[in-house]
Design a protein around this ligand. Sequence first.
Ligand code: SF4
Length: 284
Amino acid sequence: MDTAPLIGKTYSLQDATASSDAYFERIGSIAGSFLDHGESLTKLLSIVQRTSQNKRRLNRFSLASTESSVESVLLRALSKNFSEYTTKVETHLRDLSLLQAWDKGLATSERQYHLYMLEIELINRSSIHAFRSTTTRLAFLPHCLHDLNADCRRIVRGDDYMCKGCSEECEVNVVSKMLRRHGVKPYIWMTANLKSLFNRLRKEGKQVGVLGIACIPELVNGMRMCMRAGVPVVGVPLDANRCARWWGEFHPNSVNVRVLENLLGDETLVLPRRPKLMNAGVGQ
Ligand code: SF4
C-alpha cells in the first residue's frame, strides 16, 4: 500500500505517515489554548477574520517575541505550529503570473493560510450545534475528490450533481455514504447557486445547514458566505490542494474521514488528545 503523503501545490496537512490526524489535533489544541487564555470564541473569530483580510497590513505585524499585540502573538503561535504544512506557499507565489496574482485564492499568503486554518476550526466550534439542529443539512463536496480512474457517472439530481456510486475506491462515494448515514444530503458542487438555494429553502420554511469540503482558501470563502447568509456552516479542508486550478491537471486527493465523522456524530468536537505544541505558543 502506498503511504506517501499527498503533496499540495501550496499546502499539505499530511505528515510522513500520510495522515492528517496530527494536523487536526494540533489546530484543535491551538484554538483551545487561545480560548483557555480568556478570549471569547466570537471575539477571537472576529480578530482572526479581520487580521487575514488585508495582506499588506498583515505583513506589517512583527513575529518578534517582544511584540505583544494579540495579532503578533497569534501569528507567532500559528507560524511555529503550522509552517511545516505550508512549505510550498512562497515558491508558488513567486511563480504566479501577473494575471494569477490578482486571483485572491491563488495568491493566498502563508500567514493567511495559517489564519484560515484557525478560522475554519473556530467556525466549526461556533456553528456545530446549530448545524446539527437544522432540519435540512446539505453537504457540498469538491468534484476533484472523485476517483480519477473511474468514468464518473455523477448525475444532476435536486439542486446539483450527486454521486452514483460507480467506484468503491472513490472518496466522494465513501464520504457521500457517510453523510447520508448522518442525515446529510451530499452534493458534488458543480452548478448550485448557494445564495438562491438558501433563499428558496427559507421560503419553503426549511432550516438549512451546510457542510463544506474544499481546499483551505475556497473553504474559508464558502464558510464566510454561509455565515453572511445566516446559515450554520461547518467544514473540513482537503488534505492538500491538488486540483487543476492549482496544478493545471487533477491529482488524487483525500479528506480526513475521521474528522468528518467527528463533526457529524455525537462525539465532542474537541479531539481528546492534546499533542505538544511547538514551543508555542499562545501567550508567548
Ligand atoms: S463514485 Fe460517484 S463521484 Fe466517484 S467516480 Fe463514481 S459517480 Fe463519480
